[in-house]
Design a protein around this ligand. Structure first.
Ligand SMILES: N[C@@H](CCC(=O)N[C@@H](CS)C(=O)NCC(=O)O)C(=O)O
Length: 223
């Protein structure tokens, strides 16, 4: 398998796709296509590995199968290796996990727009608008419910690392990058994610990248 991703520093969807590949336990290669360079419009139209997704990352190539969109990649891999690697077995937990992953995938646009993903950011806080505040409150409510009801088996949302953590890890890292004040349980969750070896590996590779996208480096940057 080959996973095509964008710059690790900026591409939160790529991180989700990559974590899903790691969670599958299958061997895969990674190809990085740097996003938003000066010739990005040409690259996204002409790069052969991006053709199926019309220029979006991540894209998974697996022999005859091509899968894009991080959630489709996660689903595809869960079909391939077994759902239990990704989703809790208990139906009540699985229902909540599916719901909060779907809510993340389709939502939180105020937060995502105002606090663009940038692993190089130093945690300096930005002003938080009412819309962003509402997204943060909702996310913390979902995390609190998952942790309180189903988090007993470990430090992640449903105890052990799975699909919900794959979906929310980039959100948690945004909270860190933008210095969002967190209640204790959410800070513990962020620490567990930051300590996870896959996330540490992704961050180390991101730190080694030299590409910079000026609009994402401005303190007030939006995506
Ligand atoms: N819903 C998609 C979103 C993919 C997406 O928007 N990826 C961004 C990078 S994080 C991208 O490829 N942007 C390039 C562009 O829009 O030109 C997913 O889950 O994979």
């Amino acid at each position: 398998m080959k996973l095509v991703i964008g710059n690790r520093r900026y591409s939160s969807w790529s991180l989700r796709g990559w974590l899903a590949c790691r969670q599958s336990g299958l061997a895969f290669d990674t190809e990085v296509v740097p996003l938003f360079g000066p010739d990005w419009d040409d690259v996204r139209r002409s790069h052969p590995v991006l053709a199926p997704s019309a220029g979006k990352v991540p894209v998974l190539w697996d022999d005859g199968a091509v899968v894009w969109d991080s959630l489709a990649i996660l689903d595809y891999l869960a079909d391939k290796v077994g759902r239990d690697r990704f989703w809790p077995r208990d139906p009540a937990a699985a229902g909540l996990a599916r719901s909060i992953v779907a809510e993340m995938h389709a939502g939180f646009s105020a937060l995502r727009g105002a606090f663009s993903f940038n692993l190089g950011r130093d945690g300096k806080p930005l002003p938080i608008s009412d819309a962003v505040e509402a997204d943060i409150r909702r996310i913390l409510t979902l995390w609190a419910e998952a942790r309180a009801r189903f988090g007993d088996g470990g430090p992640f949302l449903f105890g052990t690392f799975g699909a919900a953590d794959i979906a929310y890890a980039p959100i948690a890292l945004r909270f860190e990058s933008y210095g969002v004040p967190l209640p204790g349980f959410a800070q513990s969750y962020l620490t567990a994610l930051a300590d996870h070896p896959w996330i540490a590996a992704w961050r180390a590779e991101a730190a080694a990248e030299t590409w910079r996208i000026p609009q994402y480096e401005k303190p007030e940057s939006n995506d």
